[in-house]
Design a protein around this ligand. Structure first.
Ligand SMILES: Cc1cc2nc3c(=O)[nH]c(=O)nc-3n(C[C@H](O)[C@H](O)[C@H](O)COP(=O)(O)OP(=O)(O)OC[C@H]3O[C@@H](n4cnc5c(N)ncnc54)[C@H](O)[C@@H]3O)c2cc1C
Length: 237
């Protein structure tokens, strides 16, 4: 079956740090998706040049949101696009959704722009009042690179006056941190400490980010005793 193609226009562009841009696109009528899925974006209907990008919004948003890190040719061309420009969207595709989790408690390990699928998944879980706790461990180089920080922080504050809200976020800064916070990659000691309140055999770990980040998370989670079926990876490479 051929996937549906939609013509969208860029409503708003937001720069995050030096390398990531958020693209808010008009939401086409009849477009339905599950948070965590991705679309193929193209500059024209031929889709001769195209790349996959994860949806960072949820179905009740009035827009489709994509977060794109500048890498090579396609993403650089996207970064040069202005509000009002047209983009062609094919999809949605993929099964990287909350349905993959077989546990109540969920942890999301994001490396950089790898946070995009999790933004929608976490909002969906909170909106639906999903049972279980949600933990986002978000590794970025600097605080300026956090995608949708205000939204993430406000979700973490909801119902968390006593520190017991359903959603908690832990930022890991690898290059520059706010004063008083540590700088360094996510290592096994930090991971062990952050997940100490969770029973690893009863927690699903969604992991998305650059290949070395995924490999290191997979190894650390295995060492800590997470069953392989609870490590759910989205690999972009
Ligand atoms: C299912 C899926 C979802 C994706 N979601 C997103 C998303 O939400 N946001 C996003 O920015 N990208 C996402 N990507 C990656 C995206 O599709 C492109 O691969 C990326 O934008 C690079 O394309 P490019 O043409 O700019 O670079 P290319 O010319 O294709 O590559 C330039 C160089 O960068 C390297 N490279 C490409 N992608 C990566 C990467 N992710 N990490 C490290 N090195 C890389 C290549 O190996 C190459 O050396 C996703 C990919 C998949 C398969």
């Amino acid at each position: 079956m051929t996937a549906a193609v939609f013509e969208c226009s860029i409503e708003r562009v937001e720069q995050v740090g030096d390398e990531v841009k958020l693209f808010f696109l008009t939401k086409p009528e009849g477009f339905s998706f599950t948070p965590g899925q991705f679309c193929i974006l193209s500059f024209d209907e031929s889709f001769a040049e195209s790349r996959a990008y994860s949806l960072a919004s949820i179905p009740s948003d009035a827009f489709l949101l994509f977060g794109v890190k500048r890498h090579g040719e396609f993403s650089s061309r996207l970064h040069a696009m202005k509000e009002g420009a047209r983009l062609f969207v094919k999809g949605p595709f993929g099964t990287y959704t909350l349905k993959r989790a077989k546990t109540k408690d969920l942890a999301f390990l994001a490396g950089g722009v790898g946070v995009t699928p999790f933004l929608g998944m976490i909002r969906q879980a909170l909106e639906e009042g999903r049972e279980g706790r949600l933990l986002l461990i978000y590794s970025v180089r600097t605080p300026h690179e956090i995608v949708q920080k205000e939204m993430i922080d406000s979700l973490a504050k909801k119902g968390a006056e006593d520190g017991q809200g359903p959603f908690r976020v832990v930022y890991v800064f690898t290059r520059e941190a706010p004063s008083g916070e540590p700088v360094g990659r996510l290592d096994i000691d930090r991971l062990r400490e952050v997940v100490s309140g969770f029973t690893l055999a009863e927690t699903s770990f969604f992991v998305c980010g650059p290949k070395p980040f995924i490999a290191s998370c997979k190894e650390m989670l295995s060492t800590l005793g997470t069953p392989p079926e609870h490590i759910i990876i989205e690999s972009w490479g």
